[in-house]
Write a protein that binds this ligand. Sequence first.
Ligand code: PGA
Length: 258
Amino acid sequence: MVQGARTPVIAGNWKMHKTIEEAEEFINALIPAIAETLNHVYLAVPFTAIKSLADRLQQTHLVIGAQNLNDAAEGAFTGEISGRMLKDAGAKFVIIGHSERRQGFGESNTFINRKVIRALSEGLQPMLCIGETFEEREEGKTHSVLETQIIEGLKGIAAQQIEKMIIAYEPVWAIGKGHHAATPKEAQQEHRYCRGVIADHWGKEAANSLPILYGGSVNPENVRSFLDQPDVDGVLVGGASLCVDAFAQIVNYQTINV
Ligand code: PGA
């Protein structure tokens, strides 16, 4: 990304990993390892670890968030969690529409849109995940899929609210593949496309302030190549965010020699 424009956002997504004790150990080792960074550092942790990490991190620039929320304010929804509960536990942001939820739990763009609206109304920053599957890419549908996910996912949201959000472009075929990430050029192309869709619907100002992260097999070796792209404003890291050393290297990517 162009330095000085949008501050890089380095986000980790722990998915269904780590007990409270493991999470605390991780954070205790991470804080000194990233003390020098000026990047924004986000960690989406399991619900059970939010409170203790958020309490611990109050005086740091590390931002703790959740990986999902329900679209309703409250009610008879056994097993679900509300935005208000997440906020109360100390979460500042929430991942919405991750492909593992779209595919594994049948989440539609309409449902995802209601979650984005709920998160904003509860004062949580939504991190909306979008991305095409391998088949959709092969069939040349990447842009239409991304456009639909953006337009339907952000329906009814004002430009001033869009500026408060984060979008993560995560091609489904590149998630969890270790060394099969998208190429930096592919990421740049899709990010530019997404920014164009935002600009067309919500204006240039919103499009220019909204951070768009790349996700899918980001690791310490490839992070810099993504962040060197003008429209890649950060990364969303799954597997490599579970290991303190790897995640710290990703956060400190500007210091990696290439
Ligand atoms: P990965 O996951 O880094 O393990 O590919 C990314 C994600 O699912 O957010």
